[in-house]
Design a protein around this ligand. Structure first.
Ligand code: AMP
Length: 487
């Protein structure tokens, strides 16, 4: 009974509200009609609809934060990025790799199947989510698997082998952010499909090593062989037996890895686990004769081209798809134990078939660009950077509206002739432009004002001596070329 009463009372209130609303609407209509007759209209006050943006703006104008582990590439670092990109382009081309790109978003199963369950990348670090159609997708944690997919999807096994790609792009791993470890990071990588020969590994290592060398980074290659699947299976029996006897000293993750994915124990950074691994059986002792010969041949090639390497029996790399040769690049003069690898790679002969393609051997490597930049930044601080910023020797300064217009034309004409000029069309005072030219360390300023526009000339000023000469605009290109050959 009591509940019924309350319900009744409620419905009365609701009714009353409706009555009030109706009355209001009536008044508004009346007002509208009235107002249309009157000249000095009183427009009925409309309710302002709250849109998402108007609300956001009012909430203190809070700027969204950069996500943890993500970084903006800022102009202050553009010098390094441009150098790395152009060198990656040059060196890849010289070694026969062709630029290509795959999407950042892929089917999640591509990486789960290739990198493997039990690896940190798949178990803990994938940016995995459901797409709007319910399918499981992920932001690529690396690019090798994507290239395998592309190789199969586009029927590239019918092309002349090897098929060689290079790429540079962002990867995503939900790792714990720390020095040299981000959630979005860029990789420069090369992949070779279709040939199983020690020369391929030697070529990849040579490409990577010389890429670092040309950047002025002295590096050593740490190298190991995982042999064939059979070699590995024999080794794993021995390894698991050993790890079981040392189970009590292993970290909790490695205890699980003994049964889940024992090879991953070798990747563990925990100091107790590392100590256990010192006495562990080494895979190199379990390689078949042919695997050993294959690996020895890779080392012979490296000797031939004077690439320094260190045999590292615990090096297995954190991904499951590798067979035979695996390698990593470490900067010299920095303790390998205390630093992160600049890059790494290896052979993955089974992956194309595992992902549904024809039996196709393959190998590749990838470098982390942010880690390379942090080495270069440190070198710069220490005054040891081997290259300098490629700035123009010329600054174009303008005075007056017409001169500014003419400047654009001159900039373009010189650009077509391969000469770049620094400038700042946003500045109008000659003094501030000359200060800027000075700050940039330009050798010559090209000055153009109202008079020069009319005469078809420019003033060319030697910034050091202060000497000035008047030059015909048509002869500017050849005058600058002469100056370039002297600078
Ligand atoms: P991987 O794909 O794991 O073989 O890594 C190849 C290279 O990518 C490493 O040697 C690093 O230089 C770089 N790298 C891998 N993970 C990260 C990360 N989380 N943050 C920055 N660089 C990374």
């Amino acid at each position: 009974m009591a509940t019924k009463k309350i319900v009744k009372k409620k419905s009365k209130v609701v009714k009353d509200k409706k009555v009030i609303k109706k009355a209001k609407v009536k008044n508004v209509k009346k007002d509208k009609i009235k107002n249309t007759k009157k000249k000095d209209k009183v427009v009925p006050v409309k309710k302002v609809k709250k849109t998402a943006t108007s609300t956001n703006v009012r909430v203190g104008n809070k700027t969204p934060e950069l996500l943890r582990g993500f970084k903006d590439i800022l102009p202050k670092d553009s010098f390094y990025w441009r150098k790395i990109q152009s060198l990656a382009d040059q060196i890849s081309q010289a070694y026969g790799f062709v630029f290509s790109a795959t999407p950042i978003l892929e089917e999640a199963s591509l990486f789960i199947r290739s990198i493997g369950r039990g690896t940190d990348v798949v178990d803990k670090e994938m940016y995995l989510f459901e797409d709007r159609d319910g399918s499981k997708v992920c932001l690529r944690p690396e690019a090798t698997a994507s290239y395998v997919r592309a190789f199969i999807n586009h029927g590239m096994q019918s092309l002349s082998q090897p098929v060689k790609f290079w790429y540079l792009g962002p990867m995503f791993r939900h790792d714990r952010p720390q020095a040299g470890r981000f959630r979005q990071f860029y990789q420069y990588g090369c992949e070779t499909f279709g040939v199983r020969d020690s020369a391929i590994e030697a070529e990849l290592i040579s490409t990577g090593y010389n890429f670092l060398k040309d950047l002025g980074i002295k590096a050593t290659v740490y190298i190991n062989s995982l042999g064939t699947v059979e070699d590995r299976q024999n080794y794993l029996i021995e390894l698991v037996g050993y790890l079981r006897t040392k189970r009590a000293y292993l970290c909790e993750d490695c205890k699980k890895r003994i049964t889940k994915n024992p090879l991953r124990v070798l990747d563990c950074k925990n100091t107790d686990c590392k100590q256990v691994l010192e006495e562990a059986p080494q895979i190199i002792d379990w390689l078949s004769e042919s695997s050993k010969n294959y690996f020895m041949k890779v080392l012979e090639y490296l000797d031939e081209v004077d690439i320094p390497y260190v045999l590292q029996p615990t090096l297995v790399r954190g991904l499951d798809y590798y067979t035979d040769t695996v390698f990593e690049f470490y900067e010299d003069e920095v303790n390998q134990e205390s630093q992160n690898a600049l890059g790494g790679g290896g052979r993955y002969d089974l992956l194309v078939k595992e992902l549904g393609g024809q039996d196709t051997p393959a190998a590749g490597f990838a470098f982390g660009i942010e880690r390379i930049i942090s080495v270069l930044r440190r070198q710069k601080e220490e005054g040891k950077l081997s290259f300098s910023e490629n700035r123009s020797k010329f600054f174009l300064a303008q005075l007056g509206e017409q001169a500014r217009m003419r400047s654009l034309k001159i900039i373009e004409e010189l650009r077509r002739a391969g000469i770049f000029v620094e400038h700042n069309l946003g500045k109008t005072s000659l003094k501030s432009q000359m200060e800027l030219a000075d700050k940039l360390g330009t050798a010559y300023s090209i000055i153009i004002g109202q008079k020069e526009v009319q005469d078809g000339t420019v003033i060319l000023r030697d910034m050091e001596s202060g000497n000035q000469e008047i030059i015909d605009q048509k002869k500017l290109k050849s005058a600058l070329e002469k100056k370039l050959s002297k600078v």
